[in-house]
Structures are given as structure tokens and as C-alpha cells.
Design a binder for this molecule. Structure first.
Ligand SMILES: [Mg+2]
Length: 124
């Protein structure tokens, strides 16, 4: 059974402390590390066409590489949250609340349909 967020954060903090890395895991460095790892995640798909997720169902190597880099993003994110005393669950829920208000479904769906029509019109 996977650990919950608090357990993962404790494990991360113990990992860092046991190696005397606290000074290196300053908020600025952790934020930079999130961006670096997000770049590594993007590198997994760098030269791929834009494909639906279903296209990767039989691509275990791609899935494993993406999971590995995504884990790096989350680990540094959890580290940054711990360093700044951010409650990850609260922060995510609050952001989802704001996004739900910001992108009302009808308007967002209408824009998406319009974009789909534009993309189809530019296909050769
Ligand atoms: Mg990585």
C-alpha cells in the first residue's frame, strides 16, 4: 500500500536529513529542481507526435520513464511544500476550486470546440 502524503513528506525529510542536505534543499533550489525535473519529464516525449494517452498503452518503457520523472517532480514539490509549511492537500483543493470558478464548463467547452474546428481547418 502506498504511503499517504504526510508519510511521503516525512520520508523525504528523513532522506535529506540523513545526508545533511538540508542547506542545499532551500526553497529556491527546490523550485529550480521542480522545473529541472519537469524538463526531464518533457524530454521523455520530446520527439513524439502529439498522441492520445491510449497510444502509449503498450509502451511500458515510456510509461516507466514518465513515472520516474513525474515522481522526481512530485518529490521536489513535496520537499518545497514541507520547507514552506504548505499543506499539499489544501493547496491542491484550493487551486482546483479557483480553476473550477475560472473556467466555467460551458465557456471552456465552447472555446475548445472552436479550437478543434480551427485545427481541423488547418489540417492538410
Ligand atoms: Mg529526473
Amino acid at each position: 500500500m502506498a504511503e499517504d502524503i504526510a508519510e511521503l513528506q516525512e520520508r523525504y525529510e528523513r532522506f535529506v536529513a540523513e545526508r545533511y542536505w538540508e542547506d542545499y534543499h532551500a526553497p529556491k533550489n527546490l523550485a529550480a529542481s521542480v522545473a529541472v525535473e519537469a524538463g526531464e519529464l518533457l524530454e521523455v516525449f520530446q520527439w513524439h507526435d502529439v498522441l492520445p494517452a491510449a497510444a502509449y498503452e503498450d509502451a511500458a518503457d515510456v510509461e516507466a520513464a514518465a513515472a520516474d520523472e513525474l515522481a522526481d517532480v512530485f518529490i521536489y514539490g513535496l520537499g518545497l511544500a514541507a520547507a514552506l509549511d504548505i499543506d499539499v492537500r489544501e493547496a491542491i483543493a484550493a487551486k482546483l476550486d479557483r480553476n473550477e470558478r475560472r473556467f466555467d464548463p460551458e465557456t471552456a467547452a465552447a472555446i475548445s470546440r472552436e479550437f478543434d474546428r480551427w485545427r481541423e481547418s488547418t489540417d492538410e
